[in-house]
Design a protein around this ligand. Sequence first.
Ligand SMILES: N[C@@H](CCC(=O)NCCCC(=O)O)C(=O)O
Length: 254
Amino acid sequence: MRKPLIGVTCCRREFDAAPGHFVGEKYIRGATDGADALGVLIPALGAGDLDDLLLSLDGVIVTGSPSNVEPRLYNGPASAPGTLHDPHRDATTLPLIRRAVQLGVPLLGICRGHQELNVAFGGTLFQRVHEVPGRMDHREPSDVSYDEKYAYTAHTVSFPEGSMLHRLNGGAEAWVNSLHWQAVDKVGEGLAVDAVAPDGTIEALRVVNAPAFAYSVQWHPEYKVLENPLSLALFREFGAAARARQAKTTSRAA
Ligand SMILES: N[C@@H](CCC(=O)NCCCC(=O)O)C(=O)O
């Protein structure tokens, strides 16, 4: 049997004034090394041919990105001037998430992808969680190297008893990195909270009645996925779901 095919969402950026589609290699490595699958890029071209795309895939990773989901998509107040948005990505990922879950294509959202899962299901976001009374600063440390930002374990997260993350972690608490300004505020319809930070920030979501794996995390398990046991266990579990999806669709086609 071939390896499962995992789509990895891209951001749209201008390269020399021409649009291009971009994703960090660590997310592709999450698919290849972490999930033991093949990784292919999903350009931010909008929702056209969504079903054809999803019928060709065995899993989807909705990646992190420095840009913010446009607040009009969750009836939030306008972003502060200078905030980076990516409307092409929003127009791609939000329908993609909803349809992937409906079709039972395994889905893993990471950082912006976690925030997008919440918005796709009608939830809202804090735009600057560090300015919300009682919340910690979840932004990355400044003036340090790229590796130091991602390797820095900023805070713990706790997992509910009986949850997948509790099982994969072998316990209720893990240390995670943290590189975000926004955070989940109101939880979307049909989503359950599967991890919280000590300040109550929602760090993992699950689609409750999803026919397949449908999770998101606010931290970055894709960073050096092979070196962190929980990150690897999460991607392995996602890969197993992608293999199960592939087996099901292959047997249906035969
Ligand atoms: N803009 C949002 C999302 C943060 C996020 O996804 N950061 C990832 C940055 C680049 C990467 O590692 O892919 C926020 O700040 O909350």
